[in-house]
Design a protein around this ligand. Structure first.
Ligand SMILES: *Cc1c(COP(=O)(O)O)cnc(C)c1O
Length: 466
């Protein structure tokens, strides 16, 4: 054990590791390594099954892991919605991992618990919530959406769900057909079933058709369903479309139901003067989810869940665990596990707080604006090429398009675009993904790297259409 916890060994490998990561950052930024060193899953498993760290040096292992990983710092990374972590936040993560404060109760994370409160206040102010808002951080947008909807259920079900369940009530939520799949999952986990997920059709820009809300609500009520909440997407995952949050807020207020905003990706626009109008109405939501690891430069996984009314932040888990909390009935804000799914939780607040301290709100605004602007640039390049077709005009940094040959049927066009994507990612030149909208396969890019240039994007289009 002495060797495992040896401070000098740690010092030495720590310095080596930082050198390795800094070299990787420089190489990725220069584009001198592949974005994704492609290997099939089976070959990847073979490699690691046969792996043998002969020299007993952790640095060798780290080097091999880095070389087999996708490089988010590469300017030609334009795939899923995770940010390249600001390097200093990786150092903050090291502090979090090293100190390993468990966060469940105050003593198990005095600094990081208090910092979490400061971080949530920062989000609440940017949302433009009035005093009385509160919340916490949790492990990902998926879990945060479920947590918020569980709070909505305890507030709006006719029974005291925690003690009595909701047998006899057919509860439902309303959500756009383009919402992230985790909302559907949350409703099913809560036992609402297929019937309890009212999917509202989207318009040609993939935004919820809010003029259908009344009719859908009434049809559901006729069937005996009790709608407890409506979820607005800010923005959707596939196409980056922002729902009309003002219209949804009006509807929720009129019907007396919970209004939740899934801003996992695009909620970050609240920090930008230029783009915050996309989220207009967000301050009227009962709860808002924003991922720090998506548009806010923070390592995975760190999510803010903010409630307009602080009391609601305690509603998800009305549970007594006397051995942890002396007065379970008392709402001690500083014993965070009373409100989160997690018992032990990572010290995630310190990574985001580090960016707040170093770069302030402007740092987040710059990141969002750089990437949303780049989305517009990319759309302009696509529109210049008649063989290419945009799925919709992008509102943010998510841009979907395809190579379209009108002489071929949809199946053929789909096959061609899927093949293009596979060829591109195996080449290691770019990383992009794909999505299917109305049965049409599109190439999907999320411009996540602030160093991606117009020339990079031109080169990507050359690869698509060579
Ligand atoms: C990414 C995303 C999620 C899921 O968040 P995770 O942090 O990956 O769990 C939920 N909703 C939307 C709109 C997203 O873009």
């Amino acid at each position: 054990m002495k060797e495992v916890y040896n401070s000098e060994t740690f010092r030495k490998s720590g310095h080596e590791l930082v050198n390795l990561l800094a070299d990787h950052l420089a190489a990725a930024q220069q584009g001198s390594i592949p974005v994704l060193p492609w290997k099939t899953p089976n070959r990847q498993v073979k490699f690691w099954e046969q792996y043998d760290l002969e020299d007993g040096n952790a640095t060798t292992l780290f080097k091999d892991i880095i070389e087999h990983s996708i490089a988010l710092n590469h300017p030609r990374y334009a795939g899923h919605q995770i940010s390249p972590a600001a390097p200093v936040t990786a150092l903050a993560s090291l502090v979090a991992a090293f100190m390993n404060n468990g966060m469940g109760v105050y003593e198990m994370g005095p600094a990081s618990t208090a910092i979490e409160k400061v971080v949530i206040k920062f989000f609440a102010e940017a949302i433009a919530y009035e005093a009385g808002a509160d919340g916490f951080m949790t492990s990902g947008g998926t879990l945060a959406n479920l947590t918020a909807l569980l709070a909505a259920r305890s507030v709006h079900a006719h029974t005291d769900v925690w003690h009595a369940g909701h047998a006899g009530q057919k509860l439902a939520i309303m959500v756009s057909a383009e919402a992230h799949y985790c909302v559907d999952r949350a409703a099913r986990i809560m036992g609402f079933g297929e019937e309890g997920i009212l999917k509202i059709e989207t318009n040609e820009r993939f935004q919820m058709q809010t003029d259908q809300l009344d009719a859908q609500f009434e049809a559901a009520s006729k069937k005996g369903l009790q709608v407890i909440a409506i979820v607005g997407s800010a923005c959707t995952t596939s196409t980056g479309s922002y729902d009309d949050l003002e219209a949804i807020a009006d509807f929720a207020a009129q019907r007396g139901i919970w209004f939740h905003v899934d801003g996992a990706h695009g909620g970050a626009a609240i920090f930008s003067e230029k783009y915050k109008s996309l989220t207009s109405g967000i301050h009227r939501a009962d709860s808002v989810v924003i991922d720090c690891h998506k548009m806010l430069m923070t390592p995975a996984i760190a999510t803010a869940l903010v409630f307009k009314n602080s009391q609601n932040a305690y509603k998800t888990f009305n549970q007594k665990a006397q051995y942890l909390w002396k007065e379970a009935a008392e709402e001690e804000w500083y014993n965070l596990a009373k409100r989160t799914f997690e018992c032990t939780k990572e010290m995630m607040s310190i990574k985001f707080f580090c960016l707040m301290q170093l770069y302030g709100k402007q740092g987040f605004a710059d990141f969002v604006e750089r990437l949303y602007d780049l989305g517009k640039t990319f759309a302009r390049l696509i529109k210049k090429r008649p063989q290419l077709e945009l799925a919709t005009e992008p509102e943010c940094n998510i841009v979907c398009f395809r190579l379209y040959n009108p002489e071929l049927d949809v199946v053929e066009n789909n096959r061609i675009n899927s093949n293009i994507r596979q060829k591109i990612i195996e080449s290691g030149e770019f990383y992009i993904v794909q999505t299917t909208l109305n049965n049409i396969v599109y190439l999907r890019t999320t411009l996540m790297n602030p160093f991606t240039t117009e020339t990079d994007l031109e080169n990507l289009l050359l690869m698509v259409n060579d």
